[in-house]
Design a protein. Structure first.
Length: 287
């Protein structure tokens, strides 16, 4: 009698779990329930198998390159969103994706890569996600990747030397403009300065700013939060000119067609917005 009571208790608990899975199938449940008439041991074994099978069926398929791990590619040349500190990738994107991975029940593995190679690396199946602030959405990128909901609204700004007369987009024409390769700043420069030869690309924003200080370029176009950082670091030698460009949304990208992963990331980002976690991360890194 005691064994039967224990078995029934296990069965009831397992049945409750099964009921909670939206993708529950009738066949496994029926098989497990029919085992009740056999023996407590058979019933317990059948129900345990049903729970495991149903759970596996209900688990979303994220098409991850490594089971249990969310592999993220970024470009750690874009503080405060992506940079190296203590040998680790840190910043807004790393902190946010750590929380996203937690909500998906995954471990985060974030890799620092060249910005221009990220689309091909995503397509070749070496990473699951691109989370790099400068990798903004455009028509070319949308052809091979799907983008999440926005987690931050940014705007490009112009850095010039203090005393420069630059105050508008017209003032940039015929000047040498420094940009980070494959960023929105590069696109904005190409659209506004006239000759493509006037746009000089660098591997990082820091290198572009160094070129500005050294006199190799006349201005630098980059994300306003990054521009503010470099202005603060260089005392009164640099001037920031903002509100010249349209706002842009920062998102993360997944391989085109990976709807399950995209939807899960969007849900996680929405939750991080609602509970204040995302704002706390932004406040931590963006001064």
């Amino acid at each position: 009698m005691k064994k039967l009571t224990t078995a029934l208790s296990i069965i009831l608990t397992a049945a409750t779990v099964i009921f909670c899975f939206s993708s529950c199938k009738n066949a496994p449940v029926s098989a497990a329930l029919s085992a009740i008439g056999s023996s407590p041991a058979a019933a317990t074994t059948a129900m345990a198998t049903t729970v495991a099978t149903t759970a596996a069926t209900a688990a979303p398929d994220y098409n991850l390159i490594t089971a249990g791990t969310l592999t993220v590619g970024t470009n750690a040349q874009f503080p405060p969103f992506d940079y190296i500190e203590g040998g680790q990738v840190v910043g807004v994107d790393a902190a946010m994706m750590e929380k996203v991975a937690e909500k998906l029940g995954l471990t985060l593995d974030i890799k620092d890569m060249d910005l221009g190679t990220l689309p091909d690396i995503l397509q070749s199946g070496q990473i699951d996600v691109i989370a790099a602030a400068p990798f903004t959405m455009n028509a070319d990128r949308q052809a091979t990747a799907d983008f999440s909901d926005s987690y931050y609204t940014a705007q490009q700004a112009v850095l010039v030397k203090t005393g420069s007369a630059v105050a508008s987009l017209d003032d940039l024409k015929n000047l040498k403009i420094g940009v980070q390769t494959d960023t929105a700043g590069q696109n904005d420069a190409a659209a506004n300065v006239g000759s493509p030869d006037s746009v000089i690309s660098f591997a990082s924003g820091a290198m572009a700013v160094d070129a500005l200080i050294g006199g190799q370029v006349d201005a630098v176009i980059l994300d306003s939060s990054l521009a503010q950082k470099y202005q603060n670091e260089n005392g009164g030698t640099l001037k920031l000119v903002d509100n010249l460009f349209a706002p842009e949304n920062y998102t993360v990208a997944v391989k085109k067609g990976n709807t399950d992963l995209l939807n899960a990331i969007n849900t996680a980002i929405a939750q991080l917005k609602i509970n204040g976690t995302l704002q706390s991360i932004l406040d931590q890194y963006i001064q």
